[in-house]
Design a protein around this ligand. Structure first.
Ligand code: FES
Length: 168
């Protein structure tokens, strides 16, 4: 039997789109879910870029202009990541108890970063995310959209140091 290919609904196969989808589903894909959905995008990815706005527009059946208008009107939404690299730390329960609480602390102590902050050299932005739907891999970090899981706290710290010092 030929497997039917469905048009991918998400802009990419990044699991975080599922969180956005869940936010929209909660409000039955109603137009008034727009701000909440944009919040979900920002919380999951740290910013609301053009592909996200297009996606939200299609899923909520709203004109793209409306989505752009709302996203750009509120200062709450960032259109692109502030830093060269973006590190999302999942702070959902599974990840929290498996060590990400210590990673949040580490980022604060070592780099002075709280969620939403970027290092002064613009190298790394730190985003706190709620459960990103990959609890089996806990504790989960997402670096530039790539999920890294099942590392010890020391391994995660090591990885973060490598990322921050990355010359590439
Ligand atoms: S709690 Fe981190 S992926 Fe679910």
């Amino acid at each position: 039997m030929i497997k039917q290919t469905l048009t991918p609904a998400f802009p990419s196969d990044d699991k975080r789109w599922r969180i956005v989808e869940t936010a929209m589903k909660r409000s039955n894909y109603q137009a008034d879910a727009l701000i909440e959905t944009l919040h979900a995008v920002q919380e999951a990815f740290g910013f609301v870029d053009e592909s996200a706005m297009q996606f939200v527009s299609a899923r909520l059946n709203l004109p793209a202009s409306k989505v752009y208008g709302v996203a750009t009107f509120y200062n709450l939404f960032q259109m692109k990541p502030a830093g060269e690299h973006t590190l999302s730390v999942c702070t959902g329960t599974a990840c929290h108890v498996k060590g990400n609480d210590q990673i949040v602390e580490f980022l604060r102590e070592e780099y002075g970063l709280n969620p939403g902050d970027t290092t002064p050299d613009g190298k790394l932005s730190f985003i706190g995310a709620r459960c990103v739907g990959a609890c089996g891999l806990a504790p989960v970090l997402i670096f530039d959209g790539k999920i890294v899981g099942k590392l010890s706290v020391d391994e995660m710290k090591q990885k973060i140091r490598e990322w921050v010092n990355d010359e590439s």
